[in-house]
Design a protein around this ligand. Structure first.
Ligand code: AMP
Ligand code: GLY
Length: 421
């Protein structure tokens, strides 16, 4: 089988490595892939949002199946377009990807189907949004409606911060069209859990739970990033919490999407907050999470391609999805200054042991050698019997990943280890 994978980050690298374990896989093309992915797939310089380019490539090459991994091509209808030329895909069509593409859509869906989430209001008029803020409880959360590279969420600790966020989004042009509509929602507190789930639109099979580490600095301080590390499973996600999430959130969401005529097929990501009133949805993503995928897929015992095909074909009910009982930890190495100002172009080297455990997020090949090409550069994952061992091993292995001005958080997994006690 020849597979086309759309995307080019650490998540896609983890997906490609897992797909390669299936002996029927012959060729994997990554569009665009990256310098590190090139060791595991054939990279083709077509951008993940160049839908016409992706469709042309698929027409001209013997592609049997496509995995569309990032949010933007999904929201732009990449799956719809590939289906039109007869290529089956893993990933939702645009009418279902909207669950991530529009926060207003997601919030309205949850309200309509009584799925627990933060209380909220949607605004398209700036004056109304500002007027609402005058007596809104503080802290409050201001979100740009559309995709904003994870940067469209402001936790406002004061009323003035909330006003500034609304003004920036609605007239500052900072988020373009994504900010024309804003959602203002209740500030929730509690541990966060990520749950990725396979679904064929009818049946949903949650994967092992995980925990992202979104802030740039140790102790969850500093700016929000694309994720500085992850661990799985998440110790806050007990059996009892899992049961409630399944009944109150996962199944109702899948049923709601089906009922709305937007059946969701692919990986649905639930960003959950475990509040004192029970689990609530912080966000839905229409895809695998990054860096959660880099800890979840290494724990998967079932064959990824078989499960993906079952999602596409609507046969997930009779396809087992199994995970190991072990623990995984992924440590991200980024360029100093990320997520704001950082340099690219540093030579990246990895010892053979480190390379085997590392997914490359931001590097390209120049004259056959890897150089950094992004803020987040690598993610190194270790799987061990205990979380403490996985954390220690991930740090040990990542010491074999080297580039100038590299930095990583020193405390990935610490919160989870404390929770285990
Ligand atoms: P999102 O881009 O929606 O994942 O939001 C980014 C981060 O902001 C989340 O991971 C949470 O830590 C935080 N966040 C989002 N919504 C809320 C909320 N209603 N209350 C508290 N924190 C939130
Ligand atoms: N780790 C959060 C995300 O993928 O959006």
């Amino acid at each position: 089988m020849n597979i086309l994978v759309v995307g080019g980050g650490g998540r896609e690298h983890a997906i490609i490595r897992a797909l390669k374990k299936n002996p029927t896989v012959e060729t994997i093309w990554a569009l665009p892939g990256n310098g590190g992915i090139a060791a595991d797939a054939t990279c083709v310089p077509i951008g993940a949002t160049d839908i016409d380019g992706i469709v042309s490539f698929a027409r001209e090459n013997p592609v049997d199946y496509a995995v569309v991994a990032p949010d933007d091509p999904l929201v732009l209808g990449c799956v719809d377009r590939l289906n039109e030329i007869g290529i089956p895909c893993f990933g939702p069509k645009a009418n279902a990807a909207i669950i991530e593409g529009s926060k207003a859509f997601a919030k309205n869906l949850m309200k309509k189907y009584a799925i627990p989430t933060a209380a909220y209001q949607v605004f398209t008029d700036q004056a109304e949004a500002l007027a609402y803020l005058e007596d809104a409880p503080i802290p409050t959360v201001v979100k740009a409606d559309g995709l904003a590279l994870g940067k469209g969420v402001i936790i406002a600790r004061t009323r003035q911060e909330a006003r500034d966020a609304v003004t920036d989004m609605m007239s500052g042009g900072k988020f373009g069209a994504s900010g024309a509509t804003v959602v203002i929602e209740e500030f929730l507190e509690g541990p966060e859990v990520s749950v990725l789930a396979f679904t064929d639109g009818k049946v949903i099979r949650p994967m092992v739970s995980s925990m992202d580490h979104k802030r740039a600095g140790d102790g969850d301080t500093g700016l929000n990033t694309g994720g500085m590390g992850a661990i799985a499973p998440n110790p806050f996600y007990t059996e009892e919490v899992a049961r409630r999430c399944r009944e109150e959130i996962f199944l109702p969401t899948i049923r709601a999407m089906k009922k709305e005529g937007r059946p969701f097929q692919g990986c649905l990501y639930f960003g959950l907050m475990l509040t004192k009133d029970g689990p609530k949805v912080i966000e839905y993503n229409c895809r695998f999470g990054d860096p959660e995928t880099q800890v979840v897929l290494p724990l998967m015992k079932s064959d990824l391609l078989t499960v993906m095909l079952a999602c596409t074909n609507g046969t997930l009910a009779k396809t087992p999805v199994r995970f190991s009982k072990k623990h995984a930890c992924c440590v991200i190495k980024a360029s100093k200054g990320y997520p704001e100002h950082y340099k690219k172009g540093y030579r990246l080297t990895m010892s053979p042991r480190a390379a085997a455990a590392t997914y490359v997020a931001g590097a390209k090949l120049v004259d056959g050698k890897l150089v950094t090409s992004g803020g987040r550069v690598t993610g190194t994952t270790a799987v061990r019997s205990t979380l403490a061992e996985a954390v220690a091993a991930a740090y040990r292995l990542s010491a074999g990943v080297k580039f100038a001005n590299a930095y990583c958080r020193a405390d990935i997994g610490r919160r989870a280890l404390e929770a285990e006690k």
